[in-house]
Design a protein around this ligand. Structure first.
Ligand code: PSU
Ligand code: MN
Length: 299
């Protein structure tokens, strides 16, 4: 059988030599950001990780191979092609069996990263419990309960039901620490009014919690939440207006399912004159930097 998991030479070497590595997802490149910012941001995130002293490992499925450490051609393909699939955990076996090309969500990326031996992962916002009456819960949440890895993010995507997502994490015993903050960030805004389990100040503090989790044999991830840099924050009250309008628009146009989030993100960027997009890119870069600092402690 052909190789299932393919690590780039650089990533394989770094893992073998116990040097810091940060895993990055690819759904944000293929489906989360508009062109051309998606391609620029994918490269920028890798540069930020390197500048902070770690090796970036962007993950996707290329021709059915779980690929850890994408090269520039892979990244350009994911950013440009309109037919890239969105691969969550349930799709991994299908992608391998049927030779798919796909971008991996948080869930699928941490599943692969953990099996490659990577201990730290960065993204913008995780999936969560959606608004509305249909119980639509992202596969990111259950995957966090069974993957021992540090996940650095700015909370959950703002289009979700944040209080319900917070409750879900608590029920399923996913520990949430605030990196220099006391509240769960609300993605584009720095606060949500929802508490974290504890505040930490440094990468070394994160290591002490993750080290305790590992010593205890805890199988879940450690969620490290980092607010968007203050300069790029979109205040919650301003955001509420654009989000409500975007939600009404989606309802009016009958947009549901996997198409909903990209629609809402696009509408919000338009209605905020790009402010939400600038915040999204700023928090992605900041999270990649914090993750690299944590990876330098965790190796
Ligand atoms: N947050 C963003 N943009 C994104 C995502 C999250 O700001 O594109 C992606 C992540 O890859 C996440 C996925 O894992 O959306 C969750 O999708 P779903 O709700 O369908 O599980
Ligand atoms: Mn869903």
């Amino acid at each position: 059988m052909r190789e299932l998991l393919n690590l780039s030479p650089e990533v394989a070497e770094a893992i073998r030599d116990k040097r810091p590595v940060v895993a990055l997802e690819s759904t944000v490149i293929a489906h989360g950001l508009p062109r051309p910012q998606n391609l620029q941001t994918a490269h920028r995130l890798q540069d930020v990780v390197r500048e902070a002293g770690a090796v970036p490992a962007t993950i996707a499925v290329i021709d059915g191979t779980l690929t850890v450490g994408l090269n520039d051609d892979h990244i350009k393909f994911l950013a440009d092609d309109e037919h890239i699939r969105k691969i969550s955990t349930r799709d991994i076996s299908l992608a391998v069996a049927q030779g798919w090309n796909g971008a991996t969500t948080v869930a699928a990326t941490i599943w692969i990263a953990h099996r490659a031996g990577i201990k730290v992962f960065a993204t913008g916002g995780i999936g969560g419990v959606h608004r509305g009456s249909l119980p639509d819960v992202s596969a990111d949440l259950p995957e966090l309960t069974r993957t021992p890895i540090v996940v650095v993010c700015s909370g959950a995507k703002i289009v979700l039901d944040l209080p319900a997502t917070r409750e879900w994490l608590e029920t399923h015993a996913v520990t949430v620490v605030g990196y220099q903050c006391d509240e769960l960030p609300a993605f584009y805004s720095r606060g949500s009014g929802l508490p974290v389990d504890a505040r930490v100040e440094t990468a070394a503090d994160v290591l002490s919690v993750f080290g305790a989790q590992q010593a205890l044999g805890i199988e879940s991830a450690l969620l490290v939440v980092v607010p968007v840099p203050a300069k790029f924050e979109v205040p919650a009250n301003e955001l509420q207006i654009v989000l409500t309008t975007a939600l009404e628009d989606a309802d009016w146009k009958g947009i549901v399912g996997p198409a909903l989030t990209p629609f809402l993100l696009g509408q919000m960027a338009e209605r905020s004159e790009g402010a939400t997009l600038r915040a999204n890119i700023a928090l992605l870069e900041n999270n990649a930097r914090v993750a690299a600092e944590i990876a330098r402690e965790v190796v």
